[in-house]
Design a protein around this ligand. Sequence first.
Ligand code: ADP
Length: 406
Amino acid sequence: MARVLVINAGSSSVKYYLYEMPQAQVLARGSVERIGEDQARLTHVFGQETFTNGVSAADVDEAVHLVLDTLVDGDRGVLEDIAEVSAVGHRVVHGGEEFTGSVIIDEHVIASVEKYADLAPLHNPPNLAGIRAVASRLPSVTQVACFDTAFHTTIPKVAYLYGLPYELYERYGIRRYGFHGISHRYVARRVAALMGRGKYDVNVITCHLGNGCSITAVKGGRSIDTSMGFTPLEGVPMGTRSGDLDPAILFYLADKGYDPQSLKTLCNKESGLLGISGLSNDIRNLLQLAAQGHERATLAIDVFCYRVRKYIGAYAAVLEPLDAIAFTGGIGENAVQLREQITRGMSQLGVQLDPAANARAVGEEARIEAPASSVKVCVVPTNEQLAIAKDTYELAARKHPAVSRG
Ligand code: ADP
């Protein structure tokens, strides 16, 4: 047995899960939100109890120390001593072309994560701050980096190159990297299991539809294309991100006086479901508003579903044969109506839902295709933290066989 701590450190929040491995039992979980604001908020769930409190956390370093303190707290801690943590796994957003899987963190890995901060300036620095905070408190603990880009490093050049001068790829690394890879890999493996197949024996389109959305073509268990690109802005419209655009729109707006910063804000924070509806970035709200007759709420939902359909169509064309489509993320796992709308009239691709099975599948693993559907349709709640815990446990056990013996 081993205790594995999973840390997902972002610029404004640190989320954590403490697992007993290999049983994958969650001993405690929680988050520090609103880091850097006047008052941050700690939420700590242990056993049946939830503790929340206002805390001071000026940065990721302070937030991680707070998490470690909470895990050994006399009243609500679950460990006697923080040294009981045998390994720590971190979600790291960008591993460039270098990291094709999870790795044990050493000086070289740290230097690389720092280097790729150029490609993910909002994400890699807080990820790195989380790694350094743990190292300062537990200098000898094994730390593992699990990259969001790693699963997509099998995408072939024909799919990752843009139609730009090749020198830009060579000089600046401008190419499709893809994100949400930890989720797409997890879901693809679960789909294989749900179909009774080996993990490299399935062709599936995985649709991760949450606040951020990405769609991946998985062939023989490996990513061969994905909708997010050089950054997470590409692909389907998301909560507040535009998704695919004609790049000339940006030149046109620049001529109208938009500067680069305002274009960034426009495309990342003011577009997508929020931008089209003018009402909300949240599908639950939009579904309610659409039901009350708000036309632009309906329009935002329709645009979203249409664009997801187009990606499914595109990826069906590069997967031969298409075995399955899988839905995950807050929308994919819960929004029955959207799954129906996205797949409606897809019988040409061999996709047909069972309406009753679709209606039942809310937040749980399920197969929702009709018996006549040649393509299986699966709902799979994503579990990135479990995927990180497993990779971390396996790598740590290989490094220190004693870890797996407890
Ligand atoms: P993130 O990408 O931030 O992890 P989530 O995966 O939690 O986000 O997805 C958030 C989206 O999921 C929101 O648009 C939200 O409305 C939608 N969602 C969550 N629960 C439901 C539900 N029960 N029905 C419909 N949509 C839901």
